[in-house]
Write a protein that binds this ligand. Structure first.
Ligand code: HEC
Ligand SMILES: [Cu+2]
Length: 483
């Protein structure tokens, strides 16, 4: 008995000792960081997304002055939809702050006199009560200064923590602060700042006008918009981030929330390295990384082939219906050994089991004689084609989806020019178009339909939902095809 007790005691003591040891290591590291000598003062460079300030490199720890101004201002959520954003530094997400471990950050938060509300800041990089929130609470027309030492390297979210906290965050009050390790992160060619956020408006997704915040939807986590960098399309078109073939790209990705976790993914790329949750752990060869609300990740990858790579929240309806979609445009030489593009396009014939080349010329001869179907028959067949292909984008009643897919119901664009409409279905369409006064700038892919199917589906569309009742014949389709 006595012997057993002694053994047990020994066990427990050794267990305690080992666990103390690993705790100690961390404490020692942080204590060391706490002791890092601060040499000189400098003003922090602050940048609006998608840009980041220059790397710290091997500069020594400094007293770093951060001057941030809070601005409440109206901005564009998507075409025709305005929103009053509350911002750190005038942008959503707020200005990027870049520090190194051991810096003594002297933070001054100014609340512009035109603002209506008090605000503050909670930086996850701060070791201290409320992450600075208590010391930084500031009324309009005032400023507050507090300081903190950066003890833990990593990528951290900051946000406003003034009640109602959820509402301040939902209105755009979040951003990222990077604490680089001693000597800085490994050098890369391009660095960008991206932050996801979910937004809740009184009107439905895409409903026009100045949209107020909707508390009920926010509580129910029923987001109208899920976007990168504060608005639909912030990172598409002219806003796309860029790189050249052969370069390494690092993305500092944050998630402001307030509610939704991001399944961050770049279509056509694999992350070579992911600093999981913005910390020290590096995971390699990752397809999609999970970024919690109030969390971040650092991802990097080399771009090997040219093209447009789409950044998404892979909870995919958010990408295609709520705005969580951005673009990385890579220019440079193709490398067919790495990515071939379409090698061969042909007709798949399950009966014969072989792939043949497209017999474009022959086909023309085979279908010379076509007996036009009755309107009723065309409507029936066209409806089926619609349900199989067009429906996914243009929706069941041809109503479309605001700022993504134009309506086919009562579409002035459709009704004014039947040849053009047939051409779009035959050849696809890119570039800006205006339908019923709304602008669309997206991509409709070429539909692989027979001429008869095109005639049927166009007839169905023209004879539904208040359109002009054109009866589209196979001959009309042929004419457009051959013109
Ligand atoms: C993958 C999504 C998608 C599918 C599937 C699709 N479209 Fe489209 N369509 C679009 C987009 C996007 C545009 C706008 C293109 C632009 O911005 O240049 C468009 C534009 C159009 C237009 C002209 C604009 C208008 O509203 O009148 C017509 C007509 C049209 N599509 C018909 C069809 C028909 C018919 C089908 C099915 C056979 C179809 N589309 C399938 C996405 C799609
Ligand atoms: Cu606030």
């Amino acid at each position: 008995m006595r012997f057993l007790k002694t053994v047990c005691l020994l066990c427990i003591t050794s267990l305690l000792l080992t666990s103390c040891k690993s705790d100690n290591k961390k404490e020692v590291a942080i204590a060391n960081n706490a002791n890092i000598y601060v040499k000189g003062t400098m003003e922090a460079e602050l940048t609006a997304p998608p840009l980041v300030p220059a790397p710290v490199g091997n500069r020594s720890a400094k007293k770093l002055l951060v001057n941030m101004e809070i601005l409440e201002k109206e901005g564009t959520m998507t075409d025709g939809v305005q929103y009053v954003y509350w911002t750190f530094g005038g942008s959503v997400p707020g200005s990027f702050i870049r520090t190194r471990v051991g810096d003594l950050v002297e933070f001054t938060l100014s609340n512009h006199p035109d603002n209506k509300l008090p605000h503050n800041i909670d930086l996850h990089a701060v070791t201290g009560p409320g992450g600075g929130a208590e010391s930084s609470f500031v009324a309009p027309g005032h400023k507050k200064t507090f300081s903190f030492k950066t003890l833990n390297p990593g990528l951290y979210v900051y946000h406003c923590a003034t009640a109602p906290v959820g509402m301040h965050i939902a209105n755009g009050m979040y951003g990222l602060i990077l604490v680089e390790p001693e000597g800085g992160l490994p050098k890369v060619d391009k660095e960008y700042y991206i932050m996801q956020g979910d937004f809740y408006t009184k009107g439905d997704t895409g409903e026009k006008g100045l949209q107020p915040f909707d508390m009920k939807k926010a509580v129910e986590e029923d987001a109208d918009y899920v976007v990168f960098n504060g608005k639909v399309g912030a990172l598409t078109g002219d806003g796309a981030i860029t790189a050249n073939v052969g370069e390494t790209v690092r993305l500092y990705v944050g998630n402001g929330g307030p509610n939704l976790t991001s399944s961050f993914h770049v279509i056509g790329e694999i992350f070579d390295n992911v600093h999981i949750e913005g910390g020290d752990n590096i995971n390699k060869n990752v397809q999609t990384t999970s970024i919690p609300a109030g969390g971040a990740a650092i991802v990097d990858f080399k771009v090997d082939v040219p093209g447009t790579f789409i950044l998404v929240d892979h909870a995919i309806f958010r990408a295609f219906n709520k705005g969580a979609l951005g673009m990385l445009k890579v220019t440079g030489e193709e490398d067919k050994a790495l990515y071939s593009g379409v090698k061969q396009e042909g007709i798949y014939n399950p009966e014969g089991g072989t792939i043949q080349t497209m017999p474009e010329e022959d086909k023309k001869e085979v279908v010379v004689k076509i007996i036009e179907k009755s309107l009723a028959q065309k409507m029936k067949d066209g409806k089926q084609v619609y349900g199989q292909t067009c429906f996914a984008c243009h929706q069941a009643e041809g109503q479309g989806i605001p700022s993504a897919f134009p309506p086919l119901a009562k579409s002035d664009y459709l009704n004014v020019d039947v040849k053009r409409a047939i051409g779009i279905v035959l050849n696809g369409k890119t570039g800006e178009i205006t339908v019923n006064g709304e602008k669309y700038n997206s991509i409709m892919t070429k539909q692989s339909l027979t001429e008869e199917e095109v005639a049927d589906v166009m007839t169905y569309i023209y004879n539904s939902w208040g359109n002009n009742k054109t009866n589209v014949s196979v001959k009309m389709v042929k004419d457009v095809k051959n013109q």
